[in-house]
Design a binder for this molecule. Structure first.
Ligand SMILES: [Zn+2]
Length: 327
């Protein structure tokens, strides 16, 4: 069931965070749905209520243009039928104004992110406000971004510019955006803290204080970049150097300070890369795309379960279902 992040955030605010996971292909989609239902090996495994979680499925502009945006949509519609017990939002990650409008009109997305954070403050407000108006007319919610994360995400490359708490309050007030992605020291990509000191909880606290009570914040660039995965990739021919990530015990701490959505993209890519590299290294005569795919889907499902545990979202699915029914 596709739902709005608005309801999900109401349920989790201050207690736990919802994982926002990017997908680009079929295997990632299957692993993601299975993981959020506690099904590991097959689609028809019983759902495990102890670990089942609501989630946000994110599609980036790069994912939409990788082949054709309709392919991913079709995969998700199929997953919706195969896993009817899943509760999830479909979210556009880092949209431009034009792509936001396309998603708003599609009737498929439940939320969009307008990222005009690279623009000057007034221009960011102007663009965000326009997108919010169009989205709200259709009952769709909007995430915006203020400040700048470092690192590289697809075609976005930036230096860190922490979110200013006073500006955050003014931005939310003037744009009417439903959630705000804040720059609190994290970066996109595999090297999160080059030249920085880590997550700036002091800044997060200042931002939360100045926003209306219960206002949902979003943390981007929150992958953990586990050394174990980096080592596996490098042992199978990879060359990932100077990596660093957000310690997973930071997730709940951030959640308690108003972060409702935590974006995890890089870690999913690392799981994919480790499995595929190892599979072809260990089976050099193999050329079947399904061999690594069969290993990846359960591995990714297990990884999602682990992440949801760290976010505090594991085991919350039935509670959320009841909450939605009462709303
Ligand atoms: Zn991001």
């Amino acid at each position: 069931m596709r739902v709005s992040t608005k309801e999900l955030f109401k349920h989790c605010y201050g207690k736990y965070a919802i994982g926002a996971y990017n997908i680009n292909n079929l295997e990632q989609a299957v692993g993601l749905f299975r993981g959020n239902l506690g099904k590991i090996k097959t689609n028809t495994d019983p759902t495990d209520p102890a670990v089942s979680a609501p989630f946000i499925l994110q599609i980036s502009r790069g994912a939409r243009s990788y082949t054709d945006k309709r392919f991913l949509e079709a995969i998700i519609r199929a997953a919706e039928q195969i896993f009817p017990e899943a509760i999830f939002a479909v979210h556009l990650d880092h949209g431009t104004e034009e792509v936001c409008y396309d998603c708003i009109e599609s009737g498929f997305y439940t939320s969009v992110m307008i990222d005009a954070s690279h623009e000057p403050f007034e221009k960011n407000i102007e663009i965000t406000r326009r997108v919010v108006q169009r989205a709200h007319e259709k009952g769709i919610v909007v995430e915006a971004e203020l400040g700048q994360l470092g690192g590289v995400e697809e075609d976005i490359k930036a230096d860190v510019k922490l979110t200013d708490p006073d500006q955050a309050a003014e931005f939310v007030e003037r744009t009417g955006c439903d959630s705000l992605a804040v720059a609190i020291g994290t970066s996109h990509g595999v090297a999160k803290f080059k030249g920085a000191q880590g997550v700036r909880f002091d800044r997060l606290e200042e931002i939360q204080k100045r926003l209306p009570p219960g206002y949902p914040l979003v943390m981007h660039g929150a992958s953990a970049v586990p050394q174990e995965l980096v080592d596996r990739i490098n042992a199978a021919g990879g060359a990932l150097k100077e990596t660093s990530g957000v310690p997973e015990d930071h997730y709940l701490k951030a959640a308690q300070m108003g972060v409702c959505k935590i974006n995890i993209d890089t870690d999913g890519r690392l799981v994919w890369c480790a499995v595929y590299r190892e599979s072809f290294r260990d089976n050099p005569a193999d050329f079947d795309p399904r061999t690594p795919g069969k290993i990846f889907m359960p591995a990714y499902a297990e990884y999602i379960i682990h992440k949801n545990k760290m976010l505090g979202a594991a085991g919350k699915l039935e509670e959320v279902r009841q909450f939605l029914q009462q709303a």
